[in-house]
Design a protein around this ligand. Sequence first.
Ligand code: NI
Ligand code: MN
Length: 228
Amino acid sequence: MAKLTFHGHATCSIEAADGTKIVIDPFFGDNPACDITVDDVEADFILVTHAHGDHIGDLLPLARRTGALLISSHELVSWAGTHGIENVHGMSIGGEFSFPFGYAKMTLAAHGARNEGPGGDGYPTTPAGFLINLNEGTSVYHAGDTALLLDMQLLKGRVDVALLPIGDNYTMGPQDAVTAVEFIEPKVVIPIHFNTWPPIEQDGQAFKAAVGEQAHVEVLEPGGTYEF
Ligand code: NI
Ligand code: MN
């Protein structure tokens, strides 16, 4: 079994059955919804969907301390290199690659991605999501920040656990996220990127009710975990 922990906003970590630790979108210190500080986080791999501050807030210190492999867009890992982060793997949309934990595929996201986190250079990066297939045979889709996309239909039948933004305003909202569930047909949905700040306040339980029988919706509080 793998264990997924939600740390608030879009920050999640996955501990695979063999103990490998994957952190997605490290944003701890300035994340008002976060349950821990970056100093408490262990990582073997760090996956980053895009370079907005609410996704890379603690990337550089986490990468430096842990030495974890940073997996993100070519543009983002090149920038990290200018800050001394050299254990990196750059990818782009539609590509997949095998890592020790399984394979990761970068998926399309419709969003901005100017590099504006701490140390950001202001240049655009590629916004993306990740389909992560763990060696143990289960899969997680972290959509990143994105609008609803017809392309999500390509993920149909390939996702066990879908991490979908429902906050609206900056990403798709609950109604479009229900359509995303119809497209993807995941077994489990965990809503993310909501209730962090006033513009993205949403009712997780109302989203769960709207999804209904289409998937199991697990509304996690920061620090909450789900095993799969
Ligand atoms: Ni963003
Ligand atoms: Mn965001």
